[in-house]
Design a protein around this ligand. Sequence first.
Ligand code: TXA
Ligand code: MG
Length: 348
Amino acid sequence: MIVAEACSGKDQIIAAATLLRDGGVVAFPTETVYGLGAEISQPAAVRRVFDIKKRPLGHPLIVHFADVSGLEHWARHVPTQALRLAERFWPGPLTLILQRSGHVPQNVTGGQDTVGLRVPDHPVAQALLAELGPVRAVAAPSANRFGRISPTTAAHVKEELGEAADMILDGGPCRVGLESTIVGFDGNTPVILRPGGISMEELMEIAGKNVVRPSSMTRTVRVSGSLASHYAPATPLELWRAELLWQRARELEAGGARVGVATWSPQDLSQRRSRENKNLAHFFMPPEPVSYGRLLYASLRQWDHEGFDHLLVELPPNDPAWAAIGDRLRRASGNTQVYGNMENETTT
Ligand code: TXA
Ligand code: MG
């Protein structure tokens, strides 16, 4: 396996594009998380992506291509709202679920007649897709094993996949750090299927008030990131409101457990520093969602490596700008109860 240098150069992009065209599997950076890519007309390579991830074959992959002009090549019957969203947010962290055109093989979409389409906003991903050419596209799930934390650096990809990919392109740490927002359509009405890098407010600026955010994630389309336990660290993770979190930490400590605590509240920063000891480590997360989102997966990974018996994470604010973070933390906790007052709960 080749691991390309940080901020992969032209030669490495050409090598990666050649590998993809020849049926290889290449991990590459996007602005959200790293993807594990196969060129969509290479069935054996697409199959390898499922096998490497240990992902069930019925879970569809997102198809990545170079720019919005490819939309009508890969999809048909595109609703006007989908076109408007694509024109505004591509390249960017938005995936549109649309009717698949005949150019998208069914093995990529898990047998469904719809396809997830995305134009990533990362110079390495952009260069790779441009090098591949306009009638080619790359099916790429996040480059982690099924159910695990998505990688946001090339080192995380290596940690997840070992030597399984033919090449890893290194584009540095991902800017967004959380997966794309997935939007399906009920007629012309956008329906958010997975909160992510584009917020509900941003979508509403283009699509108007008519954006549906299902409170229950149960539906007929299959979005594996919506399974109750996903994006999960190996260490048991609990979500707590700040006041009760410290009581819980003390109880666990008293029982001899090693505890990692992660909070974001500014008041917590000033008050709690004194609580650290050899059995309790306190991590301060940023009090605003863009920086928090960028750090979340790398932090979960780091905390997992520290060998805690428990991770206690402060509940994020009940604010739409934090929706993707609340969603991922809930799934990282196995969607168990949130401890604390329920009006503080994020509804994801
Ligand atoms: O930011 C991202 O979206 C990253 C980067 C690599 O682009 N990709 C990513 O892929 O998160 P993955 O496979 O880990 O998650 C894609 C989600 C899955 O939950 C899948 O079920 C859903 O998108 N999906 C893909 N095609 C779909 C379709 N036709 N209908 C419904 N859901 C679909
Ligand atoms: Mg994933």
